[in-house]
Write a protein that binds this ligand. Sequence first.
Ligand SMILES: Nc1ncnc2c1ncn2[C@@H]1O[C@H](COP(=O)(O)OP(=O)(O)OP(=O)(O)O)[C@@H](O)[C@H]1O
Length: 251
Amino acid sequence: MLELIDASRQYDVAGRAVRALDGVSERFPAGSITTVVGRSGCGKTTLLRLLAGLTDPSSGEVRRDAARSIGVVFQEARLMPWLDAAANVAFPLKGRLGRAEIAARVDEALTLVGLTDARRALPAQLSGGMAQRVAIARALAQRPDILLLDEPFSALDAFTRRSLQRVLVDIWRRRRSTVVLVTHDVEEAVLLGESVVEMEAGRVVGRVAVDLPFPREATDPAVVDLRRRILARLVGGADPFNPQVCSRRKP
Ligand SMILES: Nc1ncnc2c1ncn2[C@@H]1O[C@H](COP(=O)(O)OP(=O)(O)OP(=O)(O)O)[C@@H](O)[C@H]1O
């Protein structure tokens, strides 16, 4: 079980208290895939960092089975610049697994993200999207019980994004790890989540069960309809470029 109980996180920004997360209680059942959607700055990354144990809540609680392994994909690749793509993927496995197992996992993960030809390239020789795919491969190779992804596909072109979304769903269905994926793309949230958690101004304002079989298609009328409804709720007809919108609306 992965769970937030009345969790809040406050930051001090130039002497002003910013409530990045405001009393969130949310359960992420073992083996489920959940997407968290909301506009920029509404606390999605903070929620993920709390789940990962990278940030402590200012108040409230995070419950996570300590025996379960966690893999995190951040918004940016965070590769080690002196290691090639394959060595970056292998790095977290060193000392935990034998050489043959590491080699097999690295091959498998690089194949899944479509980067077998780039295995000897250094991060500086990769495009931004390729570097991000290496970061995704690094997380997949660890085969974590809990996989947390922070807008992992937003730096990718539409074709690569769609194929990696499929890879993620495939892997989740095969391994039944607990997956939480944060995105500002409502379509992606509907395509990938068994449930979509809607966030606004540091709060969870809705949770929608998406009762559609995988793999899902963006053109499926049920997906289109759900996307439209979530978007309408989150935007609420307000000016999407007005930052005040975030804090003005109450759940
Ligand atoms: N380390 C930090 N120090 C100070 N303020 C922070 C910090 N991290 C986040 N915040 C603030 O908390 C709020 C929520 O940020 P968070 O990164 O969680 O949002 P987000 O929904 O993930 O945004 P995005 O989609 O743009 O990544 C923002 O107002 C942000 O400025």
